[in-house]
Design a protein around this ligand. Structure first.
Ligand code: AGP
Length: 615
């Protein structure tokens, strides 16, 4: 969701800001804008509705120059994606200019107050109250810093803000509460961005702004304050210890395609990291998990929470934890977590799952769990993200940057991590029967090569998708571990091919969705070898009897499923616990080719944002 880039220093910043916006494109947006303090000291803005090339065009018609500037990609929440609603937003006197990510929940009250004071609003956004409020405090005689701080103290909701001001031309102001903002420092330059990618090639000395932090850089030095106390804080930078973010397509036609194909390597990396190289004497390694073993021995309940794909990964994880441990495990959507009032206590472990580490609902669930004294362990891809920093313990999924908005490698890296984590915790609790489960551990080492085999079915999946891509709806059925896989397959389909799809527990079909089945409905049936295989066969027969189009996922050599399916996609034989990983990759490819045959823009589906930083 909304991306922020900002700069203040000795160099012209327009190219840097535009490149930065390009690197944040994956977050999702529908308009973009840029503002600088120009060489004669005025604030100049360009903003456009639509993709970045519209803004580039506007800049080539009217180039900008400036050494202090802010830029933004907007994902519309309050107000349509129009040029007026695009950021940056100016105060009425055109002296204060800001970009904002988040939602100002009390904007109505503030707007009313400002309107009564004679302010004329240009946009429908919640954001526009901010520059007007700052300007109002300035007109009452406050210093720039105090007007900025005073305004922040009046804002309810979430924000990451960057501001420039005509009267302090070389100074940049930034603040964070609930939405991500990172500062980078180099000599007499300051960089700001929603993630480090825009400035990673310029500096690795970074400050992750904490809740309530206000950073002011005046061209030579930076100061950090806490917005509530107003007190000065010491700036403690950390050195980013990562390679330049690999963001190229590497010969693939899209990021989503690239990320689907990265999965064997990522799984191999995670398995090696957690289990070592010795297949006969594996040693579980979770050094990143900073929660004492004693706590795991004392837990009496586990909650797992996440949104979208991460929720589906968590749902699969629930089955792992329940299989290896004698503990109740509940999986809850993060957006429902607080309202469902889970009976949280200090003996509960709350596992929060998030690729981006910035999802507002997941973050809110973590804060709720902490409030009740529960211990939070997060399964996160992005290091130093808000969820990483708010959790008691973190297990990283090491999937590398995921640019495609539809999660693919994020899911499989989360699922394998949850499987290994559940075994690790079960071992600590002495509940994991090593002998009995050794075949599973051995099979885990074969997983990457089996994923390679699944990816070889791409051509077949592509032609299967060609036959059915114009269907208006699809039903995905699975049982037990593969029920969340059915939900994930349907989610992928909806997200990128815009085909209506439902993921159902196959046993539930006869309680309602069976009414939908007719000759035109593709029903994707996950029927690989499992404890529920026979039951799944019965459910597919119910589809057959109603003439639905049966597209099955079956284990290699299964002739029975083939005999009543319109299409079969074969999966290599594997342990049941690993089947979700192989099956979901087939469903990722199926959705991918449904979307491709329809000519959709796959990496950036309409209306979606990669990182959902509003509740
Ligand atoms: C899935 O394809 C989507 N990108 C979405 O459902 C995503 O999984 C969800 O928004 C959670 O994101 P997170 O993992 O970054 O928290």
């Amino acid at each position: 969701m909304c991306g922020i880039v900002a700069y203040s220093g000795k160099k012209d910043c327009v190219d840097f800001l535009m490149n930065g916006l390009r690197l944040l494109e994956y977050r999702g947006y529908d308009s973009a804008g840029i503002a600088v303090v120009n060489p004669i000291g005025d604030i100049e803005i360009r903003k456009e509705c639509g993709m970045l090339h519209m803004l580039e065009k506007s800049l080539s018609n009217g180039p900008l120059q400036g050494k202090t500037g802010i830029a933004h990609t907007r994902w519309a929440t309050h107000g349509k994606p129009t040029q007026n609603n695009a950021h940056p937003h100016l105060s009425q006197d055109k002296k204060i200019c800001i970009v904002h990510n988040g939602i100002i929940e009390n904007h109505d009250v503030l707007r009313h107050e400002l309107k009564n004071a004679g302010i004329h609003f240009i946009s429908e956004t919640d954001t526009e109250v901010i520059p007007h409020l700052i300007a109002r405090y300035l007109s009452q005689g406050m210093s720039m810093k105090n007007a900025f701080m005073k305004t922040l103290s009046r804002l309810e909701g979430a924000f990451a803000i960057a501001m420039i001001a005509k009267d302090t031309p070389g100074t940049i102001y930034a603040a964070r509460k609930g939405s991500p903002l990172i500062a980078g420092f180099k000599d007499n330059e300051v960089f700001l961005a929603s993630d480090a990618s825009p400035f990673i090639t310029r500096t690795r000395e970074v400050l992750y702004l904490d809740e309530g932090d206000v950073l002011i850089f005046n061209g030579t030095s930076s100061r950090l304050f806490n917005v509530s106390s107003g007190r000065n804080k010491k700036i403690r930078t950390t050195r980013l210890n990562i390679k330049n973010l690999s963001i190229g397509l590497g010969g693939h036609e899209s990021y989503t395609h690239k990320e689907i194909h990265e999965q064997p390597e990522i799984l191999k990396r995670i398995i090696r990291l957690r289990l070592g190289n010795n297949r006969n004497a594996f040693q579980m390694c979770f050094n990143d998990l900073k929660i004492p073993d004693d706590f795991f021995r004392s837990i009496d309940r586990i909650y797992i929470t996440g949104c979208g794909t991460a929720y589906h990964a968590g749902y699969i994880g629930k089955y792992y934890f329940e299989e290896f441990m004698d503990l109740p495990v509940e999986v809850m959507l993060s957006s429902e977590f607080r309202y469902a009032k889970p009976k949280l206590n200090k003996n509960n472990l709350v596992i929060a799952i998030s690729q981006s580490g910035e999802t507002a609902d997941t973050l809110a669930s973590i804060l709720e769990a902490k409030k009740h004294g529960s211990t939070v362990l997060s399964v996160v891809n992005v290091l130093n993200s808000s969820i990483d920093r708010e959790s008691h313990g973190v297990v990283y999924t090491h999937a590398g940057p995921e640019i495609g908005v539809a999660s693919t490698k994020a899911l499989t890296s989360q699922v394998i991590t949850l499987l290994l984590l559940s075994i690790h915790i079960a071992q600590i609790r002495k509940e994991f029967k090593r002998k009995q489960k050794n075949p599973l551990l051995k099979e885990i080492f074969h997983l990457p090569s089996k994923v390679v085999k699944v990816l070889q079915a791409e051509k077949h999946i592509r032609s299967c998708a060609l036959k059915y891509h114009l269907a208006t709806s699809a039903l995905y059925l699975g049982r037990h571990l593969n029920f969340p896989v059915a939900m994930e397959g349907a989610l992928k389909n909806k997200e990128i091919s815009y085909m209506h799809a439902e993921g159902y527990a196959a046993g539930e079909m006869k309680h309602g969705p069976i009414a939908l089945i007719n000759k035109a409905l593709p029903v994707i049936c996950i029927c690989t070898a499992s404890k529920t295989y026979e039951k799944m066969i019965s459910n597919i027969k119910e589809v057959e009897a109603r003439e639905g189009i049966i597209i099955s996922l079956a284990t290699e050599g299964d002739e029975q499923v083939k005999s009543f399916s319109h299409e079969v996609i074969y999966i290599p034989e594997t342990a049941e616990e690993l089947s979700p990983i192989l099956n979901v990759i087939v469903l990722q490819m199926l959705a991918y080719y449904f979307a491709k045959h329809k000519g959709n823009q796959i990496d950036k589906p309409r209306n979606l944002a990669k990182s959902v930083t509003v509740e």
